[in-house]
Design a binder for this molecule. Structure first.
Ligand code: AMP
Length: 405
């Protein structure tokens, strides 16, 4: 056993994993099992030395795939396991050690995330069988946003729907937003002030953070609300569903598929959900790609401006996720539509920041205007740290149960 934490992110047909060493900054082993349930599942991973490995896993299910991962870890056995769990409802406000009661609660939250929580539970079940003696921790995507005030998390629909069915805004990408908020605390003199964090990847969300706590976020009851994403629509008129059902004869499943899988950048461009493809195609004059970029940036700017209402003051804006970290074009276009809030981008710093690097990209000499940062996210590192802290703190809690109240 070494000091590493195994981080597991189990989806319905895939398992992402990483072995995160105790000391930050050390190289990680990380990998992926894909196509579970299809005819040709396979495991690939990159070890700590950067060597790539690939193995077919014919007929594998979640349990046998976890077994294969364990075998390939060899003598690098972890000291604890941290699971990404998508929905923690109102019950989980922070990471928690997994026991039977916690598993039951995650099952209860599954009605709010029917695609994600059951897959996360598959991973938990498999690792508990394989590592019965290791502490296991659930880290929830929703937990960071449990500090939102009621006026931010309630929908203006009848209260019984909230009381009886938990219908409210929860927010997602919490691990990423929490990591960036913490990093801003280390990097900026305003770190504990008011920030808007834009996590822009295949999924996109923006969060207003004050003193390290989430006060509002763009995703809602599900990860479909809010910004334009790769294949997800983000906000649409709620009347759209009725219109498509009554006027066009669409089923609920067709509407769901369209909004989740065929919309967003993909739907607008008719070309690709991938921002790299769209930037290239827009540069070549593709009108669908141009429109997709326009809508993406406008909706991002509009959402960030709206989120500033949650903050007593706006000290800065931070970008993360595959697009936020790597696309000077999207950062610049979205910020240019937010002039009223005063961010002043340095075009030189924005264009010259190396891909995937951390850096400040505003005109720093403009005192008083919000800072602008690019910070690569580290969800695996954050899950590993929350897991390690909980495992270390647990012996204390066993003797002082009042401290966990
Ligand atoms: P993620 O889900 O965080 O991995 O982000 C995936 C998104 O980041 C995709 O839309 C990619 O096209 C986008 N992305 C990655 N690299 C770049 C880049 N250099 N320029 C623009 N977009 C990028």
């Amino acid at each position: 056993m070494n000091g590493s934490i195994l981080v597991v992110n189990c989806g319905s047909s895939s398992i992402k994993f990483a072995l995160v060493p105790q000391q930050s900054g050390q190289p990680r082993l990380s990998g992926l099992v894909e196509r579970l349930g299809a005819s040709d599942p396979g495991l690939k991973f990159t070890d700590e030395n950067g060597n790539k490995h690939q193995f077919p896993l014919p007929g594998a299910d979640h349990a046998s795939a976890m077994q294969a991962i364990l075998e390939h870890l060899g003598d690098r056995q972890p000291r604890a396991i941290g699971h990404r769990v998508v929905h923690g409802g109102e019950r989980f406000k922070s990471a928690t050690l997994i026991n039977e009661e916690v598993i039951d609660s995650i099952k209860q939250c599954a009605s709010l995330a029917p695609l994600h929580n059951p897959a996360n539970l598959e991973g938990i079940r498999a690792t508990r069988l394989l590592f019965p003696d290791l502490p296991q921790v659930a880290v929830f995507d929703t937990a960071f946003h449990q500090t939102m005030p009621e006026h931010a998390y309630r929908y203006a629909i009848p209260t019984e729907l909230y009381r009886e069915h938990g219908i409210r805004r929860y927010g997602f990408h919490g691990t990423s937003h929490a990591y960036i908020a913490e990093r801003l605390g280390e990097l900026s003199v305003h770190g504990h002030g008011g920030w808007i964090i834009a996590h822009l990847g295949n999924g996109c969300s923006a969060t207003a953070v004050w003193q390290g706590r989430s006060l509002d976020t763009s995703m809602g009851m599900t990860p479909l609300e809010g910004l334009v994403m790769g294949t997800r629509s983000g906000d649409v008129d709620p009347g759209l569903h009725l219109h498509l059902a009554n006027q066009c004869g669409w089923s609920v499943e067709q509407i769901d598929q369209m909004l989740n899988k065929h919309s967003g950048l993909m739907g607008l461009s008719g070309l690709s959900p991938d921002m790299r493809d769209l930037e290239q195609a827009a540069g070549d004059g593709h009108s669908g790609a141009r429109l997709a970029l326009d809508v993406f940036c406008y909706r991002l700017a509009r959402t960030m401006a709206a989120l500033s209402c949650a903050l007593p003051q706006l000290d800065g804006i931070a970008f993360t996720g595959g697009i936020g970290e790597n696309s000077p074009l999207i950062r610049s276009r979205a910020l240019s539509m937010m002039a009223a809030l005063g961010p002043r981008l340095s075009d030189i710093a924005n264009d010259n920041l190396a891909r995937g690097r951390e850096g400040r990209i505003d005109l720093a000499s403009d005192t008083g205007s919000p800072e602008i940062w690019v910070i690569p996210t580290d969800e695996e590192g954050r899950i590993a740290r929350e897991t390690a802290e909980l495992v270390e703190f647990q012996p204390y809690l066993d003797f002082h149960p009042e401290a966990s109240a």
